[in-house]
Write a protein that binds this ligand. Sequence first.
Ligand code: URC
Length: 282
Amino acid sequence: MARLGINQYGKAETHLVRVVRDAPAHEVRDLLVSVALSGALEAVHLDGDNSAVLATDTQKNTVYAFAREHGVGTPEAFAALLARHFVGGAITRARVEVREVAWTRLSDHAFTQASSEQRVAVVVAEADAQWFVSGLSGLVVLKTTDSEFHGFPRDRYTTLAETDDRVLATEVAARWRHDGSADFGAARAALLECFAAHHSLSLQQTLYAMGSAVLDACPGVAEIRLSMPNKHHFVVDLSPFGLENPNEVFHADDRPYGLIEGAVVRDGAPEAGPVWDPYPLV
Ligand SMILES: O=c1[nH]c(=O)c2[nH]c(=O)[nH]c2[nH]1
């Protein structure tokens, strides 16, 4: 005997480009929208009864139609509008994730994609509750000094030299859960200002400082989770060529990389509910 375990389904990564063209200066919004629905879907899986299945094709069409009818607004607002729409009948929970890349204006109607940084919004809706996560991925930052790493244990496999002056670089992925009120721009600014200002004794310490800075800047944020690969910059040994290298020439290695991850949780934060829980397989 077996039973159906956790399950969800939906259209992933609908690539929506919405142009606002009611003024001479057009606007471009570029979103990947992913929908995941769950609820009383046993008959679908066990019996092939599709009477409760809102086709993923229909979900995709709804994304495009809502963009036309309602506009996009903030990623959080668009995700919430869609998530609430999909809840009903057999569907008791909808999770909508929006990932947006920015287009930078060149003229009234020409744009360039300056960065692959993504702004992220996730809304999980049930009939009488909703949960919010906002965040970003692909925020690449580097500082040329103000970073040390020493005091770590040495065993027979340790070759890394201690340093009191190194390049520190990372690609920040951050997600903060909040009550719907968090100002994305304030959170992003807090991450960047803290990275720039913080005198780092490790990437772990910098991660905690950056997370704390977001909690300080955004009262509606209950918890922030950060994932920060250490984009190593190794000082090239130029001594074979009779040259000194006082932290000026580096080999930037792409892999392997240290992966530093952690959460900063506000004292007394409410329970997270289902907002962190995408399907856990992938
Ligand atoms: O900031 C760092 N944290 C580490 O855990 C680590 N490990 C390592 O080799 N270099 C670094 N740097």
